[in-house]
Design a binder for this molecule. Structure first.
Ligand code: SF4
Length: 400
């Protein structure tokens, strides 16, 4: 059943009908922001920076929550998915990455199509999406992924394949000697359904040069997504924050995404996640506090007026903060996951053994309504659930 408020065409009208939260009414910066939004204008970058720096967090989160409510009511979306990493061998060595291995490392691996299938098999009755990303393998070409996707689709036609970051697409295109467009066309024909959006990091090249030298440039990231959109491949987009970037860099990142969305409109969901420092090579990183994490999620909802979904990425922020995030502008929470390496290698301790029932209980315990969705946000089912017996269900924001 299509949840109420799913259509976002009239969310500004819905927002105008909502009572203005007291915290917003009493805050000149937030009142000004609400007026701009209701006038059908876009929050400019300078105001975004001001909001990030100076707005009170409860007021910022309240406005973001009102916008989210005007789009989706109390609905919070999730799906039942599984993460499978294809290979941890990578020719690059991004400084924030604890996942990659050199080809000769003892724990390097590269899955064959059969091994990829065997990872999915135990979950195949309960998931409808496999999220598959990996390193930039020195020898793999587009043919390796064609074999993986074709075998997966043959065995599990009901499972959507969300796979490959933009830099993986670029690498495959180079290794295969064909254009990015041709690479994506071949992969789509083999079964690729969508791109997960990872690898955006911060779309400011001077920062990228320090944290992930050798990766695609900001404009290449956007161009690869634009090409995917033009081929009918929906994508997500992400932001890794809490390394060495400034607030202006974060806001500039959001602005670049909404400008791209204006022209290609294929971003489904924005997934902001904080850097986890353990086991990485970026000692100068300034880790994001809980306050900053909620601030980024709320500001994303306020600035990204043309990207419908904002995700609370449990793998990085944990269930406790995810519960707060879905009351502060996020409408989507990361799925059942099943297995996760990239964030856990970097230090995440978030549990990965959730099923749909547990996720639904987490959402209900946060005062909201769970809606199970498919991978591309095209079908929805309301889920009835009892709340979890939790002691942290109130959205109280810790300062650290
Ligand atoms: S982030 Fe991706 S491209 Fe960078 S080193 Fe890790 S696996 Fe390789």
């Amino acid at each position: 059943m299509m949840p109420k408020y799913f259509s976002d065409s009239d969310w500004r009208a819905n927002l105008a009908d909502f009572p203005v939260p007291i915290s917003v009414e009493n805050d000149p910066l937030l009142s000004k922001t609400l007026s701009i939004i209701l006038e059908d204008k876009r929050v400019p970058n300078e105001l975004g920076v001001e909001l990030y720096r100076d707005a009170s967090l409860p007021a910022l989160a309240s406005l973001a929550d009102s916008i989210k409510m005007s789009r989706f009511g109390k609905n919070i979306f999730f799906n039942e998915n599984l993460h499978v990493n294809t290979t941890n061998v990578c020719v690059l060595a991004c400084r924030f990455c604890a996942f990659r291995r050199g080809a000769r490392s003892e724990d390097a691996y590269s899955l064959s199509p059969e091994e990829f299938i065997s990872r999915i098999s135990p979950f195949s009755d309960i998931i409808d999406e496999v999220h598959a990303v990996g390193g930039l393998h020195p020898e793999w070409t587009v043919d390796n992924y064609v074999r993986i996707y074709e075998m997966s689709k043959k065995k599990f036609p009901h499972i959507s394949i969300k796979s490959l970051t933009a830099v993986e697409v670029k690498h495959l295109s180079t290794k295969s000697g064909i254009s990015v467009t041709e690479t994506l066309r071949i992969l789509k024909n083999a079964g690729l359904d969508s791109l997960p959006g990872g690898g955006a990091e911060i779309l400011v090249d001077k920062i990228r040069d320090r944290i992930c030298r050798g990766k695609e440039t900001s404009s290449e990231y956007l161009e690869i997504h634009e090409i995917a959109h033009s081929l009918g491949i929906p994508t997500n987009c992400t932001m890794l924050f809490g390394t060495i970037e400034s607030i202006e860099d974060r806001v500039s990142h959001l602005d670049k995404l909404r400008i791209q969305q204006d022209s290609s409109s294929g971003f489904q969901c924005f997934v902001p996640y904080p850097f986890l420092k353990d086991n990485t090579r970026l000692p100068e990183a300034r880790l994001a506090s809980a306050d900053e994490i909620i601030r980024v999620i709320s500001l994303s909802r306020i600035m990204l007026d043309n990207i419908p979904h904002i995700k609370a990425y449990r793998m990085n922020i944990g269930d406790h903060l995810a519960s707060i995030a879905i009351n502060s502008g996020a409408d989507d929470i990361d799925g059942t996951v099943g297995h996760e390496e990239i964030m856990h290698e970097a230090g995440s301790e978030t549990r990965v053994d959730y099923d749909g029932k547990k996720l639904a209980r987490l959402i209900v315990s946060s005062g909201l309504s769970p809606v199970k969705r498919d991978s591309t946000y095209s079908s929805f089912k309301n889920i009835e659930s009892e709340p979890e017996n939790l002691t942290w269900s109130l959205p109280i924001v810790a300062s650290d």
